[in-house]
Design a protein around this ligand. Structure first.
Ligand code: DGJ
Length: 684
């Protein structure tokens, strides 16, 4: 038996082979450097009853039908209309790359593993001597944890993204698939596999994220013999027949500190290893987006006045959203016609850009390049560029261009490049508002190619991935983009929950969060400016309302919170976001801790009326037990008249040990729902 180990901070993967496809005999918290791998292999062996099957103790990186496998095979393909059943032999193993071959079928499969920060990045590549049709190819299949009862993954919808789902491990297959041609609101490509009893802050947890934007599938299955396996791959059957196929990158994380350990591994990996930042040394600019202020109603004088107010509040980037091109007065026309609308912009966009820049802000612009309205010059000229049948059901009155066609990519590149090369543009909001008529991986490849070309030629431009809010949030798109518009919901209550759950993957620096209008346009709720401002301040802060509508009190609060955000952004945009285990289910709370551990901020959002009259203590996490911390409730002026008792935090700063904060916890003042307490902590 040969064995190999792959290490990343906090985790070790041990692979072993007796001449066939390697098997992951151990995936878990880091093993000692001098660990005897033969002993790991021996200890992984398990007995089996009955003689019905001769089961291997673990399933291989590509489980094969023919090995008494009753679960999901790692490869399903057809040649000349007939299914093929490969039986791979290991032919090479070098530096995390394992090559296996089935000579009879003419197939070579390669599994690659690489440590990237605290995650292990894994891919599978398949090369076939003969043309085959691929139904399914798994990124390296991993064993599912045995000491676990639950699978934790996500569903979601427009204005309700990143909803945690809990499913039991049980006999058979738990499957999630995104067939809309996007990683999707409905099934973000990420799953957590907590051991029984794990919480946000405690316990052993495994997590996987599949970095592909074109639709994916996840299988978590349990065999009748008790073996568990987890596979991720492209959505089933979304690739054309061919000779070479590669999966997206599967990112693996392991934690002994609850869900947070994996969340932090993903947050750091995206922020520090994967994303290419156009201006790595520039602080993240406070954003202003005009969408909910004016929608399609563009007018220079109005927008200039809005920009004046936004800058006075503290905005540093001004974004002109949908409506500047073609004849786009509503969402029924003009997608595809990416020329500035002379009716709305007789002198072009330059006067607005000049105005914005004179106020000290940079300028950003909205595009939705992959889409077309039938009412557009592009659709009239090139109906052949549109995906799907003529009588398809449209979404938002629009259709999808065929990005696998190089002519389409050139057209879009030329249009976007023409705007970028003649205007001083700092940022693009790249939208994608409908599902594909039929999921097709070639579309995803085409989008990446277009984005890569634009990034090469305009490396100073930041790009935000928006897809009706958070419909395309994954590490594949984040290779080419730097921010995500997590949700079209600017309702602070909804946003508090959405961004809390999305922190299981996303760092603050890439997660856009805006202060919306007083009366929320997507929920009808009315929220106090304090709550709206603090929720946006948890992430990459922005405003998205008509700032001329703010009362004096609202403007004062927003200016103050924005100044606080700016004063703290240098450390906070590099901080880890740790979700706290609130004893009170009405509290959604998190602790953002600086990379050097010397300071933190706790946000404790009150999402509903509590179940009791006295707030339960809130335990912090990841502090040094014996260190002393000064903690201060920085918005104690927001305590209301029903908060009756004079608890110390209401009076001023306290000094507490790490152990005290993590065990005894903090008592916060009683609060109305839809409020946020903000506590700063400094190690002394
Ligand atoms: C959907 C986006 O999510 C919104 O923020 C906005 O940009 C609109 N599209 C514009 O049509």
């Amino acid at each position: 038996m040969q064995s190999w180990r792959i290490d990343a901070p906090g985790q070790t993967l041990v692979l072993a082979s007796e001449g066939r496809t390697p098997v992951a005999v151990y995936w878990g918290p880091s093993l000692p450097e001098d660990q005897d791998l033969a002993a790991i292999c021996d200890a992984a062996k398990r007995d089996v009853t009955g003689g019905m099957i001769d089961a291997l103790p673990q399933l291989s990186l590509c489980p094969e039908e023919g090995d008494s496998l009753q679960g999901q095979p790692g490869l399903q393909a057809y040649r000349d209309g007939a299914a093929i059943y490969p039986r791979f032999a290991l032919v090479a193993a070098e530096e995390g790359v394992f090559t296996c071959r089935d000579d009879a079928l003419g197939l070579t499969v390669t599994f690659s593993f690489e440590a990237q920060g605290a995650v292990i990045a894994a891919t599978t590549k398949l090369v076939s001597d003969h043309k085959i049709t691929l139904h399914h190819l798994a990124a390296p299949a991993m064993s599912g944890p045995q000491f676990a009862e639950e699978i934790l993954d996500f569903s979601g919808r427009w204005i309700g993204e990143f909803q945690i789902e809990r499913a039991p491990w049980r006999a058979g297959t738990h499957m999630r698939e995104a067939r809309g041609g996007r990683s999707g609101h409905e099934t973000p490509p990420i799953a957590y596999f907590p051991e029984t009893g794990a919480t946000n802050t405690r316990g052993t947890v495994f997590a996987m994220h599949y970095g592909w934007s074109g639709g994916h599938v996840m299988y978590a299955d349990e065999q009748p013999d008790g073996r568990r396996q987890i596979q991720f791959g492209h959505a089933t059957g979304t690739r054309a027949a061919g000779h070479e196929f590669e999966t997206g990158t599967l990112y693996l994380a392991v934690s002994e500190t609850g869900l947070n350990g994996c969340a932090v591994a993903f947050q750091r990996h995206l922020r520090d290893a994967l994303i290419t930042w156009p201006h790595p040394d520039r602080p993240r600019p406070v954003h202003y987006n005009c969408w909910e202020a004016i929608y399609f109603d563009h007018d220079f004088v109005e927008l200039a006045a809005i920009a004046d107010r936004a800058a006075a509040l503290g905005a540093e980037r001004f974004v002109l959203d949908d409506g500047w091109f073609g004849k786009r007065d509503d969402d029924t026309s003009s997608l595809g016609d990416w020329d500035i609308d002379p009716r709305k912009w007789p002198d072009g966009l330059t006067p607005l850009i000049d105005h914005v820049q004179a106020l000290g802000m940079v300028f950003g612009l909205w595009f939705e390049p992959e889409m077309v309205n039938m009412d557009s010059d592009l659709a009239r000229t090139h109906p052949d560029w549109i995906l799907g049948r003529a009588d398809q059901v449209e979404g938002r009155q629009q259709r999808v261009l065929d990005l696998s066609n190089p002519e389409v990519r050139s057209y879009l590149y030329d249009k976007i490049a023409a705007v970028l090369s003649t205007h001083d543009i700092d940022y693009i909001k790249w939208d994608h508002n409908r599902l594909l008529p039929v999921a097709d991986a070639a579309q995803g490849d085409g989008i990446y190619a277009l984005l890569a070309r634009l990034r090469t030629d305009f490396p100073q431009v930041e790009i935000e991935s928006c897809a009706s809010g958070g419909g395309r949030v994954d590490a594949g798109i984040l290779r080419h983009t730097q921010r995500v518009w997590l949700s079209d919901s600017n309702d602070a209550l909804e946003r508090l929950r959405i961004q809390h759950d999305a922190a299981l993957m996303l760092p603050a620096s890439v997660t856009g969060s805006h202060v919306g209008p007083r009366h929320c346009h997507t929920s009808g709720r009315t929220h106090d400016i304090r709550f709206r401002a603090w929720v946006a301040a948890q992430r990459h802060m922005g405003f998205e309302m008509d700032p001329r509508d703010l009362t004096d009190d609202e403007a004062e609060v927003l200016t103050r919170v924005t100044a606080w955000w700016k004063a703290n952004r240098d450390w906070r945009m590099d901080a880890d976001i740790l979700r706290l285990d609130a004893a009170d289910p009405s509290v959604i709370s998190e602790q953002q801790i600086a990379s050097d551990g010397t300071q933190f901020v706790v946000f404790a959002g009150k999402a509903a009326s509590g179940g009791q009259n006295m707030p339960r203590p809130l335990r912090l996490t990841a502090l040094e037990r014996n260190a002393r911390y000064k903690v201060e409730l920085i918005n104690r002026d927001e305590a209301n008249h029903l908060s009756r008792i004079s608890i110390p935090l209401k009076e001023g700063p306290m000094v507490l040990t790490g152990q005290q904060l993590m065990q005894q916890g903090l008592i916060l003042p009683w609060s109305f729902p839809d409020r946020m307490w903000v506590i700063e902590g400094t190690k002394i």
